[in-house]
Design a protein around this ligand. Structure first.
Ligand SMILES: Nc1nc2c(c(=O)[nH]1)N[C@H]1C(S)=C(S)[C@@H](COP(=O)(O)OP(=O)(O)OC[C@H]3O[C@@H](n4cnc5c(=O)[nH]c(N)nc54)[C@H](O)[C@@H]3O)O[C@H]1N2
Ligand SMILES: Nc1nc2c(c(=O)[nH]1)N[C@H]1C(S)=C(S)[C@@H](COP(=O)(O)OP(=O)(O)OC[C@H]3O[C@@H](n4cnc5c(=O)[nH]c(N)nc54)[C@H](O)[C@@H]3O)O[C@H]1N2
Ligand code: SF4
Ligand SMILES: [Mo]
Length: 744
């Protein structure tokens, strides 16, 4: 008989509370779980969970490569788990002994697009216990702007840590973020907020998702968001639309700067004799001066009157809650852009107030990411730290390009091995061809995944991971609201693992033991580890097992915590003026830099490639995954390129035609999809196309070469953001032409 079990879907960052229907050891359906703080809805991908679990292409056994890398056929040979783990441990130990543990780079699929969120902290612990300061993931493409760059303004991530309090917001500001596609829990909460009268401003080159319900949709030219932010800031200042008290007391706007060195003087400190000083506020006013609404319309394409109207709305409809994501991450000016928005947001004074961006009270768990296990000395060896001391390397993340350089050129030292959980690096970073070469240059590569991918294909050993529904997992907090943060849930194992697949967490713990690091992993006992994590919550595993829908801790939000403890910046206030950036030679105040590959910065390229190219996620797939899932692929059978009908007409392209998308790096195929709301000078592509859908007879596409549909083949990793190394995947140049030959 079919039974219903409360669970949650970890396929993407939304982590929707869900009800699973299970019958005879099979997962049949996933439906919403309305009482759960993220359980209002389940998307098409969640609904496809049963298909993902049962997919015929799943990896079922550990595999060893028998042919050299680069061979057409890797010659996969099935091996046992003991053999696989022993081989991995032996190779990693040998490489660490010869070259230092830093030569072993760890990798992970983003926890926003995979169930690696179940195991992320434990993988970090394993890496640190092993002694490596290097994890290659997507910090520079996915988390920098939202998460780490903000520490140079706020001391803590806004948003990310400080999340939008949608339930109480007067005005919601989504800037390069489309939760209707990417985070259902935010989309449903936003719709509820609009129903009770909240205002909405969306900044996006496309009229996507909630933009059609917005009070203002600002159609910004990709990559010019900082100019827009500075223009809005200028309007706020000119009209006195800012929180004077907050700005005076809780930012360094009223501090003075030495004209000679640029250093800040603490409030009240007298300047040295003969040294001129300026107020930060005056410098800010000056730095925004040229961004008049009219001048900014010429840069961004956003009508001047809208800029003023949005500034007014942000002020009058306070409190403002905002969120940003991919639209601002993948740019050559990503850091300055989020600094500019951070400045704008400071002026509203909405930080940590009800309805603003709030640091909700997290469930009190023991941290397990093993921060203390990595020595300072090892940490300093992070790849990329020398080139970009304030960038991802400072937080132990290696950028894609830095990893490739270390693997291929030995700079700053050779990356010899990769221990990768999921991450489809070849498809997900720009310059796919170089990515594949870099993996080919490794001495040893072990990859854990549910499916064979173009990245997994380069591995020496491939380990089969269970899907989320074949594994028990502990989730402490669901992020989006205080109720969500207060929820602790132990997701049940709903069906038995397919084949010999094992949960990532099991693999991490077993590998730790095989590497002699069991003492840091409770001797390999996952339940003991969870008990340790849970201890401060007072919850036990048995209690959680008996309440599969999760248990809500009685936590209360505390607002304006900065009044007690200051901001977590070096100075204790919001650093509109950043000495940390100044010391490394970056502009200390938020600034606008033209994108590195734009019609303005590269007129030489624009003559041949006149269109601005950006990209966005698909509702039907997570990143480079799920094209093999029939129910999803049916709805989105082909790679798409959105373009304006006029742009198409000028090139003889009809809706649905196959087109060639050309950049200076090469060309790929996609199908034309008309979008009348786009600027005719902007087109929008999709990355992640490689996988065939055998069940539907839909083709796959080669990663490189003729017939490829891989957007990241024709996008580069540079010229990148000087602070973070973020790649210009969302603002570059291209041309589009109708594909020659028969269409169909
Ligand atoms: N369905 C689905 N959900 C997902 C994912 C997925 O692949 N599919 N991926 C997960 C992951 S890893 C992430 S990081 C999140 C990301 O979630 P989002 O950030 O919401 O993802 P996108 O839709 O790529 O980008 C948001 C918007 O940015 C716009 N944009 C593009 N260029 C610019 C620009 O220059 N400026 C501005 N202001 N906007 C721009 C796009 O048009 C798009 O509408 O989603 C997560 N959830
Ligand atoms: N052009 C362009 N490029 C982009 C982006 C973009 O918007 N445009 N987005 C960027 C962003 S925001 C991100 S986060 C990255 C995403 O890049 P990745 O984090 O690599 O995500 P995916 O491409 O979805 O690939 C995830 C891989 O993990 C596997 N996997 C899924 N679930 C699990 C699991 O539970 N365990 C294990 N072991 N494996 C699993 C999948 O089968 C797949 O092979 O891509 C970046 N690349
Ligand atoms: S939005 Fe869809 S894929 Fe993401 S967690 Fe919710 S149901 Fe799963
Ligand atoms: Mo991401």
């Amino acid at each position: 008989m079919a039974s219903e079990v409360a669970t949650f879907c970890p396929l993407c960052v939304s982590r929707c509370g869900a009800t699973a229907t299970v019958d005879d050891g099979r997962l049949l359906a996933l439906e919403p779980l309305p009482g759960h703080p993220t359980g209002q809805a389940v998307c098409v991908k969640g609904k496809a969970a049963p298909e993902i679990v049962a997919h015929p292409d799943r990896l079922l056994h550990p595999l060893r490569r028998t042919a050299p890398r680069g061979a057409a056929d890797p010659g996969w040979e099935r091996i046992g788990w003991d053999d696989a783990l022993a081989t991995v441990a032996a190779r990693l130990t040998a490489i660490a002994a010869e070259s230092g543990p830093e030569a072993v780079v760890f990798g992970t699929a983003s926890p926003s697009t995979s169930a690696m969120s179940d195991a992320a902290d434990w993988l970090t612990r394993l890496r640190r216990a092993f002694g490596s300061p290097n994890v290659v993931s997507y910090m520079e493409l996915c988390g920098w702007g939202r998460h780490l760059a903000t520490t140079y303004t706020w001391g803590e991530p806004v948003p990310g840590g400080y999340l939008p309090d949608l339930e109480n917001a007067g005005c919601i500001l989504y800037w390069g973020y489309n939760p209707s596609v990417s985070r259902l829990a935010h989309a449903t909460a936003t719709t509820a907020a609009l129903r009770r009268g909240a205002k909405l401003v969306v900044v996006d080159p496309r009229r996507a998702g909630l933009a059609s319900k917005a009070d203002h949709w600002l159609r910004v030219r990709p990559g010019t968001d900082a100019a827009l932010a500075l223009a809005i800031t200028r309007e706020l200042i000119e009209n006195g639309w800012y929180d004077t008290e907050f700005v005076e007391r809780w930012t360094n706007a009223s501090w003075r700067v030495r004209a000679d060195t640029g250093e800040l003087l603490a409030p009240g400190a007298p300047p040295p004799d003969g040294v001129a000083t300026r107020r930060v506020w005056d410098l800010i006013t000056e730095s925004c001066a040229r961004f008049t609404p009219e001048a900014t319309e010429r840069i961004t394409g956003v009508p001047a009157a809208r800029i003023t109207a949005v500034a007014r709305l942000l002020w009058e409809a306070r409190p403002v809650a905002f969120y940003t994501w991919s639209g601002l991450e993948q740019h050559s000016n990503a850091t300055q852009t989020v600094r500019a928005i951070g400045q704008l947001y400071a002026l509203t004074g909405c930080l940590d107030v009800p309805g603003g961006n709030v640091l909700f009270t997290p469930a009190p768990a023991n941290p397990v990411d093993g921060r203390q296990l990595l020595s300072h000395e090892q940490r300093a060896k992070a790849i990329g730290a020398r080139e970009r001391p304030l960038g991802p390397a400072r937080f132990e993340y290696v950028t894609g390009e830095d990893f490739y350089r270390a693997a291929l050129d030995g700079v700053p030292y050779r990356a010899r091995a990769l221990v990768n959980f999921g991450a489809n690096l070849v498809l997900a970073h720009g310059d796919s061809a170089r990515g594949r070469d870099a993996l080919g240059a490794l001495d040893f590569f072990v990859h854990t995944d549910l499916f064979m991918t173009p990245t997994a294909e380069q591995a020496d050993i491939v380990l089969p991971a269970t899907s989320a529904w074949e594994a028990e997992a502990l989730r402490i907090g669901f992020e989006t609201s205080q109720a969500a943060q207060s929820t602790v849930q132990l997701r049940r194992r709903l069906v038995a693992p397919r084949g010999e697949a094992r949960p990532d967490l099991r693999i991490i713990f077993d590998l730790a033991v095989a590497l002699g690091l069991g003492e840091h992993f409770f001797g390999g006992d996952i339940e003991a580890a969870w008990r340790h994590q849970l201890a401060p919550t007072g919850l036990g595993l048995e209690q959680l097992r008996a309440s599969p829908e999760g248990i809500r801790l009685p936590l209360k939000t505390v607002h304006r915590k900065y009044e007690q403890r200051g901001f977590r910046t070096p100075s204790g206030v919001v650093e509109l003026y950043s000495e940390a950036l100044l010391r490394e030679g970056y502009p200390p105040l938020p600034a606008y830099d033209e994108p590195s590959l734009s019609p303005v910065s590269r007129p030489d390229l624009a003559a041949r490639y006149p269109l601005v190219l950006t990209c966005a996620k698909s509702l039907f797939f997570c990143e480079t995954q799920h094209r093999a899932v029939s129910s999803l692929r049916k709805s989105a059978p082909d790679p798409q390129l959105e373009l304006h009908p006029e742009t198409a007409a000028a090139r003889g392209i009809a809706a649905g035609d196959w087109v060639r998308l050309e950049t200076p790096r090469g060309s790929i195929r996609a199908r034309a999809k008309f979008n009348v709301n786009l600027d005719p000078g902007v087109v929008c592509g999709q990355h992640g196309w490689w996988q065939p859908a055998a069940g539907l007879g839909r083709p796959g596409y080669p990663v490189t070469g003729e017939g490829s549909a891989n957007l990241n083949l024709v996008l580069g990793q540079g010229p990148s953001d000087p602070v973070s190394g973020s790649s210009p995947l969302r603002a570059s140049l291209c041309e589009v032409a109708r594909e020659a030959g028969p269409q169909g």
